[in-house]
Write a protein that binds this ligand. Structure first.
Ligand code: SF4
Ligand code: SF4
Length: 140
């Protein structure tokens, strides 16, 4: 917070926190994500290939006037946040994916895990074919 934009904003950027997540690979990983999304105020998003979990929770330092109560000693992450490209001033948030409901991550998991099974099957078949060719060559 701290630009001209901030004077007209109620502190959107101070009302959530987002933490990185490992990219889900297994059915168990996706099941954990289903559980995250069963909680109020939790969303999962993917931005530039990186996965994040976001919690809607207001910083205790945000004053009733929507100002930072610890402005001089605010954490680095707050200092680095660019007001010109933020939630309020219309920053471009090009999410690769945004999951707000369990059903969305379930559908994504079904698709992703099915593709992964197909990829493994094709890879196994490819190896089997190559080894069959190898056997024929040896026999010939
Ligand atoms: S969302 Fe943007 S305008 Fe609002 S307080 Fe944060 S940096 Fe300032
Ligand atoms: S420390 Fe200040 S700028 Fe940072 S999130 Fe809290 S209120 Fe906002």
């Amino acid at each position: 917070m701290g630009s001209i934009h901030c004077e007209h904003c109620t502190g959107h950027c101070c009302k959530y926190l987002a933490l990185p997540l490992d990219e889900p690979e297994t059915a168990r990983d996706f099941d954990d994500m289903r559980w995250y999304l069963m909680h109020e105020g939790v969303v999962i998003f993917v931005e530039e290939g990186e996965w994040y979990i976001q919690f809607a929770t207001t910083c205790k330092n945000l004053t009733p006037a929507s100002m930072c109560g610890v402005y001089e000693t605010r954490p680095k992450i707050c200092r680095e946040y660019k007001a010109g490209d933020c939630d309020y001033s219309g920053g471009s948030y090009a999410y690769d994916h945004l999951f707000t409901h369990v059903e969305q991550i379930e559908a994504y998991a079904r698709e992703t895990l099915a593709e992964e099974r197909k990829r493994k099957r094709n890879s196994r078949n490819g190896k089997a074919k190559r080894s069959a060719v190898g056997v024929r060559r040896q026999a010939g």
